[in-house]
Design a protein around this ligand. Structure first.
Ligand SMILES: Nc1ncnc2c1ncn2[C@@H]1O[C@H](COP(=O)(O)OP(=O)(O)OP(=O)(O)O)[C@@H](O)[C@H]1O
Ligand SMILES: [Mg+2]
Length: 218
């Protein structure tokens, strides 16, 4: 059985911006096995978010090969990417992917249902992330940091096979950030769920099994 979750070989990713070619990855390779946690660090603009976007099928790449869960991916296979995002890959991005018309509790339940999981213990998940009492609030009735934590709770409720988190503690105070990191690593260990997180926080990176530092593109 292949326990390689991510296998990137010779990735090239360029953006075109104002008629210019902006190279972000040139011949980039990375592999991640089941149960591993990887911190992606590097200066602003080095490509951390781009890497997570590529791995969630939200950003096409120029050339190179990407295998997820042992299967070769194509940047054009929208149906397969959508299916992975529904049931296997949880993304926790700054622009939290919450449905605005649903309360936090309803968002969690919907996420689990779409992934074919059991209905989650919403109160418990929200409490673990310091969001007790907010279950009936709508996303626009909570703060940015609270929305981000609700997005993480949704990722847990989905019981994914891979979590991609973009600065999951970026907008949080130290104490809340630690609580969130505790919940994240506890979930990761308990479920053996591999985790890739982009962060500027060396303390958070230190808690990951591996760290990858991307270079700036000057
Ligand atoms: N849609 C886009 N069009 C053109 N260039 C882009 C686009 N998105 C990102 N870039 C460029 O790609 C590079 C990598 O951006 P990315 O957002 O991945 O950086 P990052 O490491 O996540 O930075 P930060 O720490 O600030 O979040 C930057 O030079 C950025 O300007
Ligand atoms: Mg970023």
């Amino acid at each position: 059985m292949n326990d390689q979750v991510v296998n990137i070989r010779g990735l090239h990713k360029h953006f075109r911006s104002a008629g210019e070619d902006v190279p972000v990855f040139e011949n980039f390779s990375l592999s991640l096995n089941a149960g591993e946690s990887l911190a992606v660090m590097g200066p602003s603009g080095s490509g951390k978010s781009t890497l997570l976007n590529v791995l969630s099928g939200l950003e096409p790449w120029s050339s190179g090969s990407i295998e997820l869960f042992g299967k070769e991916m194509s940047p054009r296979d929208d149906a397969r990417w959508a299916s992975l995002r529904r049931s296997a890959i949880a993304t926790v991005f700054q622009e939290a992917n919450l449905m605005p018309a649903l309360t936090l509790a309803e968002n969690l339940r919907l996420r689990a249902e779409l992934a074919g999981r059991e209905s989650p213990d919403v109160t418990d998940w929200l409490e673990k992330l310091g969001l007790e009492g907010l279950d009936r609030r709508f996303p626009d009735q909570v703060s940015g940091g609270q929305r981000q934590r609700a997005a993480l709770a949704m990722a847990f409720a989905m019981v994914p096979e891979l979590i991609l988190a973009d600065e999951p503690t970026g907008s949080l105070d130290r104490k809340t950030a630690e609580r969130v990191a505790d919940a994240m690593f506890r979930f990761q260990r308990r479920n053996g769920c591999p985790l890739i997180l982009a962060t500027h926080d060396p303390d958070l990176a230190e808690r990951c099994g591996r760290t990858l530092t991307l270079n700036s593109h000057g």
